[in-house]
Design a protein around this ligand. Structure first.
Ligand SMILES: C[S@@+](CC[C@H](N)C(=O)[O-])C[C@H]1O[C@@H](n2cnc3c(N)ncnc32)[C@H](O)[C@@H]1O
Length: 397
């Protein structure tokens, strides 16, 4: 019987790990393909409502793309990637770890090592009970009518409760990337509304953070200030104000948050954060109306865009993609992802921008400006609020 090649041995180990539900993780590295921004691919089992899947996370220089793949298709996809264009692969299963390294001439070396005894991996699941960052019994959650006295979400508030927990997880992980553990933080939440996420931010960070909610509706600000005082959320204050008129000074802010600030209020909030020197901007845009009258799609899309819902999603995509490109042009790295499942809210896109070189004065990146102008031109966009704020003329050649 012919001896298996190194690649065939590695693939056989992967195939049986998938078939026997023994896969813990697979990472593919040393990418040598055409996509200059692609770094690596990480694959893990995940349990979705529709059954077990493999979560493929494609890590690019400035963003991650996640795709959940059915087990039946996963092996065929991975087989095409291992060796070429990904030269290295690390396999972690319940029983062993394996590594394959492929040289430029296509020759490969594979090594396997027994793993320490462990029980089969519990797949990541959206339903598994997780430790919660925000205590469901917290008095402020009760006061804001999210949970009841037993710490259970009130009727109709489960989605909001999950959104609060998810937001806390995201914020914690973003701050871990940018700020030393105990460093003090100044945070503004613009368009803070009923204050759920602002209170969650203050509760998550405790004494470490000064958190200010800015909201134009005075009655909401009064309620939120009362809740913050009664429940000892120190460092948290709410102020009546219009986002466009808030002018924090340079050096005043570390983190800018604006979740569901309608239409161009998101752009105004981004500008306030940039001007104040924030290193992390977290926005969840909504009601993207501004570009709709200008938007010209290629004629091939016209039959599809006669449906209102596609027009709406198209406008959302163009608006938020342009925002991400503008932020990259002024020195931020961006990530765009769904921050809660669409079954919780349709307004679930989160755009995070982190200053790539916080210690340096931001410089306009001419190549990025050229890219975003080409993007704007393609869609017939001549003006957009964030571009105007940043003094980037979209219509210039
Ligand atoms: C949809 S709510 C979102 C509240 C909160 N950020 C959240 O996600 O749960 C939007 C809030 O932003 C406020 N808002 C919108 N535009 C604003 C502006 N220009 N200045 C201040 N507040 C604004 C509204 O009054 C409203 O309370």
């Amino acid at each position: 019987m012919p001896q298996l090649t190194s690649r065939e041995r590695f693939l056989a180990a992967l195939q049986s790990a998938l078939a026997d539900h023994q896969l813990v993780k697979l990472t593919l590295g040393k990418y040598r393909g055409p996509d200059a921004s692609l770094k690596n691919l990480s694959v893990r089992p995940i349990e979705l409502k529709s059954g077990p899947h493999l979560s493929f996370v494609w890590r690019h220089t400035t963003r991650d793309l996640t795709k959940n793949v059915a087990p039946a298709r996963a092996y065929a996809e991975l087989e095409k990637l291992i060796g070429d264009p990904f030269r290295d692969a690390h396999l972690f299963t319940v029983g062993q770890t394996g590594q394959i390294e492929t040289a430029e001439d296509g020759s490969a070396r594979v090594r396997f090592k027994a793993a320490a005894a462990a029980s089969p991996p519990a797949p990541a699941t959206h339903d598994r009970t997780k430790p919660r960052l925000i205590d469901p019994h917290a008095g402020w959650l009760h006061a804001l009518a999210i949970t009841d006295a037993a710490g259970q979400p009130r009727t109709g508030q489960s989605a909001k409760f999950r959104q609060i927990q998810k937001f806390a997880e995201i914020l914690q992980s973003l701050l871990a990337e940018t700020s030393p553990a105990a460093a003090p933080l100044r945070i503004a939440d613009m368009g803070s509304g009923k204050g759920y996420l602002t209170c969650a931010t203050a509760a998550l960070l405790g004494d470490r953070a000064q958190v200010t909610g800015i909201e134009r509706r005075k009655e909401l600000v009064d309620t939120c200030n009362r809740v913050a005082a009664e429940h000892h959320l120190t460092g948290l204050t709410f102020k009546v104000g219009d986002i466009a008129q808030t002018a924090p000074r340079l050096g005043d802010l570390d983190v800018l948050i604006a979740l569901h600030a309608c239409d161009t209020a998101t752009d105004d909030a981004l500008l306030a954060g940039i001007r104040a020197g924030a290193t992390t901007l977290v926005v969840a845009p909504c009601c993207q109306q501004e570009l709709r009258p200008q938007l010209q799609a290629p004629s091939v899309l016209a039959p599809a865009l006669r449906h209102g819902i596609f027009q709406e999603r198209h406008a959302e995509f163009v608006t938020d993609a342009l925002r991400a490109l503008l932020l990259e042009a002024v020195g931020f790295e961006t990530k765009v992802f769904e921050f809660v499942s669409t079954e919780h809210t349709a307004k679930n896109l989160m755009l995070v921008a982190q200053r790539a070189k916080p210690d340096q004065t931001p410089q306009l990146n001419p190549a990025a400006v050229a890219n975003l102008r080409a993007f704007a031109r393609f869609y017939g966009i001549k003006q957009q609020t964030l571009a105007r704020h940043l003094q980037i003329d979209l219509a210039a050649d």
